[in-house]
Structures are given as C-alpha cells and as structure tokens.
Design a protein around this ligand. Structure first.
Ligand SMILES: *[C@@H]1O[C@H](CO)[C@@H](O)[C@H](O)[C@H]1NC(C)=O
Ligand SMILES: *[C@@H]1O[C@H](CO)[C@@H](O)[C@H](O)[C@H]1NC(C)=O
Ligand SMILES: *[C@@H]1O[C@H](CO)[C@@H](O)[C@H](O)[C@H]1NC(C)=O
Length: 336
C-alpha cells in the first residue's frame, strides 16, 4: 500500500528524477533482510570502541557495560549515512565520554545508501528492528522506555518516531524523549499522507524537541515536537551555500550542545521576523540541544547561530559522506 502510494505521489516531486536510475524490480520486490540493521553499544572506557548487540541474545549485552540504572541514547542516522559517518561517530563518542548514558547506534547504512525513495521504503524494517530490540531490553532487563532518548537526523528522526509509536502500541510504554535533527520533509511532510501517522509529532514520545536548519527544503518546516527550534529562521545556515550543508548543521549543533550545554540561547517568538524586529521583548532564554527539557514552555523558538559552535565540534560531514560509489559521480545529487 505504502509503496504504491509513495511511488504514485513521488512523481510530483523532484527526487523522483532518481527513480529511473534504479532497477524497478528491485524497488518493488526488494524486502530488505532484517539483519541489514545492526546495533552497536559504545564502550564506557574506550569511547571509540563499540560492541555489536543482537536482538534476543542476552550474552551480547553481558560483554558490554550496559547499565540499567542509566538512561540510554539511541542514535539513528538518515539517508546515505551509516555508523561510520563522521557526525554519528563524534556524537556517539562525545555521549559515551560523559559517562552518563548507554549509547546505542543503529546502523542501517546498507539500506540507506540507495535512492531516497528506496530508503524511504526501508523505514519500516528499520523501525521494526529498533522496536524489537527495545522490547527485548524492556522484557529481559526490565528497562523502562521512559529512560530512552532517541536522537535521529533527517530520515532517522522519522524512523525514530515510527519505532517509538510501534513500541507504544505494543507494550503501552512511551519513549522518554525524541530529538529530531532537521527531520526529513520529502515523502513525509510533502506529499502529506493523512492516513499514515509516520511523521514525527508530539504524540510519539513524552517529550519531543526538533531543531530545524533546512526547513522547506530537506527538512520539515511544520513544528514536529513540543518544542521546535528554528535556527537562523530555520531554513539556511551561517556559511552554507547548499541545502545539505544547512541540513547537517542540526547534527553539529547538537554535538556542540553536549560539550557546552548552555551554548545556545533561544527565544520564544511567533516568527523570525518578530525575532529580528524584537517586537515583543521576550526576556526569557531557553537552551537548545541536549539541555532542552519538558520544563521549557511548549512552542516555537528562534535563535541566531553563527560560528560560535565550531569550537565544540571536530567532525565535518556532508550529506554524501560514505555514500559509496552508487551515485558517487552523479551530479544530480548536487541538488541537495
Ligand atoms: C580503543 O578501541 C579502539 C577501537 O577498537 C582500539 O583500536 C584501541 O586500541 C583501543 N584503545 C585502548 C586504549 O584500548
Ligand atoms: C550472542 O552474542 C555473542 C556475543 O556477541 C556471540 O558470541 C554469540 O554467538 C551470540 N549467540 C547467538 C545464539 O547468536
Ligand atoms: C554497518 O552496516 C554495514 C552494512 O550492513 C556493514 O558493512 C558494517 O560493517 C556495519 N558496521 C559495523 C560497525 O558493524
């Protein structure tokens, strides 16, 4: 159902120019094997090391230092990315270094390094695997879903929402928090599929925050959470000439916020215009990034960010990073 709807709808939008480049048989008949989604738990002493863990295999957890008393962050990458992508690695290592979280990375790179439309169709299998793993944890370790924080970039944010919703339906427990880093718009926000609740929204977790950096393009413009941040107005970022540069910025800002939680100061305004005019003088400032919490009044926030964040991020990622040779030479992708 979903695939036909998407295929039909997608002819209306630009990413469908990529469609003829794939073998249609592959697109229609390809049911990705579940084991193409892998899970990696980061080591607590050697932050660059991680262990692969398996659904239904308690032994694979025993060798790790998974601590049931501590919260867990699940990182989900988006289209063309993988666990080896610079921002994913840096985010995981920085979080592991805080010694506060269990850090789990979802690696679906084999299913993400395909055309955008195919990757969209792979969302379900990835979300189902995340759901299975979390329910395994809930059942064998009595781990509460309220201690789980999903951080997803682009399509990864939508997959996180999808997984969280499935967990809620299956065991009646809500995920504690989802952070959407510039949640993907094409094939989610537009065309909007009313009957499919597959777009990140506040119902997906107890607390949902979203950082918008390439809204109206690769990212969503519609508020996706309880609290939504529109950085520099949400559409284009400082020093960026391309959409993809602005789109990745959300990840870089989130990483910076872990190293310096009070780095970003956001204001509650109705619009970017009002923020710039300072029409109503909003005195309260609120944090963006890791320090965001349900204590922040729900609504939309604006802030200006130039290069101050760069001191707190070392990796540089592009949307095509580790994309492999599939479309390596395709100039078409420069559209993004
Ligand atoms: C940390 O882990 C990496 C990757 O597995 C390994 O290459 C390195 O030797 C380890 N460092 C220490 C101090 O154990
Ligand atoms: C479970 O995981 C452990 C450690 O990762 C591995 O050695 C073992 O073969 C796995 N067991 C099964 C049944 O897959
Ligand atoms: C991530 O997935 C890819 C593709 O399935 C695989 O080649 C790679 O080894 C995985 N990464 C790790 C650390 O296992």
């Amino acid at each position: 159902m979903l695939r036909y709807f998407i295929l039909f709808q997608c002819f209306q939008i630009i990413i469908c120019i990529l469609y003829p480049l794939v073998d249609p048989n592959r697109l229609y008949d390809y049911n990705p094997p579940e084991n193409e989604v892998t899970f990696h738990l980061y080591d607590r002493k050697n932050f660059s090391k991680n262990y692969e863990i398996f659904i239904g295999n308690s032994t694979s957890f025993e060798q790790t230092q998974f601590n049931t008393d501590e919260p867990t962050i699940i990182i989900i990458h988006g289209w063309t990315h993988g666990n080896d992508t610079p921002w994913v690695r840096e985010l995981a290592e920085v979080l592991a270094g805080t010694n506060f979280w269990n850090v789990l990375v979802v690696n679906w790179s084999k299913l993400s390094r395909v055309t955008y439309v195919e990757a969209r169709l792979h969302n379900t299998v990835v979300a189902k695997q995340v759901k299975k793993l979390m329910i395994f944890l809930a059942e064998t370790k009595y781990y509460s879903m309220s201690s789980v924080h999903i951080v997803g970039h682009s399509m990864g944010a939508q997959i996180g929402a999808n997984a969280a919703q499935r967990i809620h339906i299956e065991i009646g427990e809500k995920i504690g928090r989802i952070t959407g880093l510039d949640p993907a718009a094409p094939l989610y926000e537009f065309p909007h599929i009313e009957s499919l609740d597959e777009v990140l929204d506040p119902s997906d977790a107890s607390f949902v925050d979203a950082i918008h950096t390439n809204a109206k393009h690769i990212g969503m413009i519609t508020p996706a959470g309880h609290v939504d941040y529109y950085v520099n107005g949400g559409q284009q970022q400082w020093g960026c000439n391309t959409w993809r540069c602005s789109h990745i910025r959300a990840c870089e800002l989130f990483i910076a916020s872990i190293r310096k939680p009070d780095l970003f100061k956001a204001f509650s305004y109705d619009s970017w215009v009002k923020f710039n005019d300072k029409i109503t003088n909003s005195l309260e400032v609120y944090p963006m990034g890791i320090a965001a919490s349900p204590k922040i009044p729900f609504g939309i926030y604006f802030l200006e960010v130039k290069d101050e964040y760069t001191k707190y991020v070392s990796s540089k990622t592009s949307l095509m990073d580790s994309y492999g040779s599939y479309f390596g030479e395709m100039q078409l992708l420069n559209l993004f």
